[in-house]
Design a protein around this ligand. Structure first.
Ligand code: NAP
Length: 473
């Protein structure tokens, strides 16, 4: 079993409290990490503070070059990273390889954004009082940023925080999810090998409930960038005081299927959109609203495709669906399915559980106030309801506390744009599933789905402070 010490100040750090990381599919021990003590956390913040000065001193091109080298190094080590992601998160290996490729491109986009880090000229003379002044803004790094990440995209979502933070000249203390810390530690070592100054990226491991508050409340930490559940996000927000906070939280993504949609294309996209990584994707397709004229055909075809998905070990090449992150989560999904059926929904397929794995489940006739529709399922289930008018479907989509992404399939652009304007989300996808994301686009939600945007260009805006310099001639 491999040992993965924390990474603090450019060096390995161990504690007296080892933690075993296991493959969630079968519980096989995979790696040992260490629970950070308060002293480790202090060291990590101190190392980041010192390195923030070094990072600020690097030219934009030097920062860009480190990130560009890291992108290439990650691709060169793609298989090792993919197998690690797959083992610790239970993500099917084919999807894990895509995650590594995406993380490499997120690093490259961050590298490119370092070259574009510009302020602006401020038209001071637009006010009478500004006469004779010229002014500009510089985008200055914040200093130390705490990055807290979830288990479901353990590499790419870490890179979405670390890449822009470093491009902008900050230093980072990263707290990865306890289930999936190994690839985060590998990433820190890789960046170090690409010339990142010691202390510019520190990885501390251990339970978020135990060490999260320390990072969130530490006076030297200027910003918390968090991806995870709404519950933890709200806790962090309440404790962060005046620090900057970005929150990328959950969703119960909705898809509208109009009667003129290309059903072949729609089903081909919607099935993986619902069941990739067992639905443990923040924008997983969870609620599907299908026009009543095509509802029957859609249900039959979607259910057949869901049934055909191959379930198995995450490292098997032909696996399409593997386990959830824990057996407790698998039991919760089953419980929600039972509740929905008791409230009147019909189970078309799936739902059977073996340890932490649940067969892809399809429900129809789902009561809108049931948990499978109201809350974030984060499991392999999709509910399909019918509607008669587009406005009815839009109202159903908006009947949610969340608002990250939603989508519509239709050949009628006026309907598509009507829905795009009316649906309350951060991103709306026409003729695509809400589960679609490329890494340079602005990404983030409204309502309980969070605050702030990611995508390197947008994250850099959150991670820098505009400083005004005015010159009176
Ligand atoms: P989670 O339970 O909220 O955990 C996320 C991170 O927060 C983990 O590193 C966790 O550490 C840490 N944490 C837990 N308690 C904390 C506390 N009191 N203070 C500070 N940090 C704390 O979420 P998850 O189960 O890993 O991930 C699933 C959630 O992430 C879903 O809701 C999903 O929608 C959301 N997500 C959102 C996006 C997006 O971009 N919007 C992307 C992916 C996932 P431990 O692991 O040690 O508990």
């Amino acid at each position: 079993m491999r040992e993965c010490p924390m990474w603090i100040g450019g060096r390995e750090a161990r504690s007296e409290a080892p933690i075993t990381v296991a493959v969630p599919y079968d519980g096989e021990p995979f790696a040992t990490v260490f629970a950070a003590s308060t002293a480790h956390l202090e060291q990590a913040v101190a190392a980041a503070r010192a390195a923030a000065r070094a990072m600020r001193g690097l030219s934009l091109d030097e920062r860009s070059a480190i990130l560009r080298r890291a992108s290439a190094a990650l691709l060169a080590d793609k298989e090792e990273f993919a197998r690690t992601i797959s083992s610790e998160s239970g993500k099917p290996i084919r999807e894990a390889r895509v995650e590594v490729e995406r993380a490499a491109s997120t690093l490259l986009f961050s590298s490119e954004e370092a070259h574009r880090l510009a302020g602006e000229v401020v038209p001071m003379e637009a006010s009478a009082a500004g006469r004779g002044r010229m002014a500009m803004t510089l985008r200055e790094p914040l200093g130390v940023i705490a990055a807290i990440t979830p288990f479901n995209f353990p590499l790419n979502l870490s890179v979405h925080k670390i890449g822009p933070a470093l491009a902008a000249g900050n230093a980072v203390v990263h707290k990865p999810a306890s289930a999936t810390p190994v690839c985060a530690i590998m990433l820190a070592r890789l960046l170090s090998g690409c010339g990142l100054p010691d202390g510019a990226l520190n990885v501390v491991t251990g339970s978020g409930a135990a060490i999260g508050d320390f990072l969130v409340e530490h006076p030297a930490v200027r910003m918390i960038t968090f991806t995870g559940s709404a519950e933890v996000g709200l806790h962090i927000r309440a404790r962060a005081g005046l620090k900057r906070v970005t929150l990328e939280l959950g969703n119960n993504s909705a898809l509208i299927v109009e009667d003129d949609a290309d059903l072949d294309d729609c089903i081909e996209r919607a099935v993986p959109g619902a069941f990739a990584h067992s639905g443990q994707v923040c924008i997983s397709v969870q609620r599907i609203f299908v026009h009543q004229r095509v509802f029957g055909e859609f249900v039959v075809r979607f259910t057949a495709a869901a049934r055909a998905l191959k379930i198995g070990h995450p490292l098997a090449e032909d696996t399409a669906v593997s386990s959830l992150i824990t057996e407790a989560e698998a039991c919760r999904v089953q419980q929600w399915l039972s509740e929905a059926q008791a409230a009147g929904a019909s189970l078309q397929c799936g739902g059977a559980r073996s340890r932490s794995t649940v067969a892809p489940a399809v429900l129809t006739g789902v009561p809108e106030d049931s948990r499978v529709f109201q809350q974030e399922a984060f499991g392999p289930l999709a509910g399909i309801n019918s509607y008669s008018t587009l406005d009815e479907a839009i109202a159903s989509v908006n009947h949610s506390d969340y608002g990250l992404q939603a989508g519509i399939f239709t050949r009628d652009l006026s309907k598509a744009f009507h829905a795009a304007r009316e649906v309350e989300v951060g991103g709306f996808l026409i003729n695509d599933v809400p589960q679609f994301r490329v890494d340079q686009m602005p990404y983030g939600g409204v309502k309980l789905s969070g605050a702030g945007r990611e995508g390197p260009r947008y994250a850099i805006e959150e991670m820098t402070e505009p400083k005004l310099i005015s010159w009176r001639a």
